[in-house]
Design a protein around this ligand. Sequence first.
Ligand SMILES: Cc1cc2nc3c(=O)[nH]c(=O)nc-3n(C[C@H](O)[C@H](O)[C@H](O)COP(=O)(O)O)c2cc1C
Length: 241
Amino acid sequence: MNITVINGTEKRGVTYKLKEIFLERFKTNSEITEYYLPKDCPNFCNGCASCCLKGEQTCKDYSYVQSIEKSLLQADLIIMTSPAYVMHVSGAMKTLLDHLAYRWIPHRPAANMFGKRAVVITQCVGAGAKSTAKDIKHSLSWWGISKIGIFTGTLMDDIVWDNLSEKRRNKLSKQILQLSDKFSKINYKKPAHTKILTKIKFGFCRLMQKKSYKINPEYTDAQYWHHQGWLDKNRPWHKTK
Ligand SMILES: Cc1cc2nc3c(=O)[nH]c(=O)nc-3n(C[C@H](O)[C@H](O)[C@H](O)COP(=O)(O)O)c2cc1C
């Protein structure tokens, strides 16, 4: 199986350590591709909205975003990680999420995202891991993914793995191994079930795109929905990976 990991920091710290523990049992049977932010997507979105309005290839950072996106679309399992920085994702991770706004359901979601699984790994010293995970989950679910596993760790006594008490390290390791175990038992040949909430969100956006297509059939998003057959009977969860 293919796994794509987006590391929200280049630091080989606690977030990295937890991600490595999660991956341990996948290493023998998986092709793992890793991206490190900000190195692999270094520039902020400048808000031109050209990706949404004219097409993603018009983005000034197309080469970076395209490479990551291609890998995400080939992945059976997507892993996204970030430490909590002032209660939210790292700026580097936020930059990537902004660049992928055009893949949200109201714009041009990728059909095969609807059958994928994803895992979010976040941690903090005292507070903020949950809100950080929520930042990432928000994008993943609006990309169309229904099956999302969440790990949120709290370090408490230090920010360096080796300085944590043995009890704390064992607790964090046990928690992440439980999640890893759960995701290792999935049959990735079968697409994940699409949640009813995702279908409802898709339904509302479909009505919006139908209206847009009537007004202007050249409109980038509406044209995309038309070509996917989503303005007719086809749905992304009918032909997922
Ligand atoms: C800029 C910055 C902001 C942080 N903000 C928070 C925070 O809001 N809450 C918290 O509990 N920890 C915070 N931390 C600690 C990190 O979430 C994390 O526990 C620490 O960086 C160790 O993880 P790492 O080795 O993967 O970087 C912050 C760290 C940095 C560098």
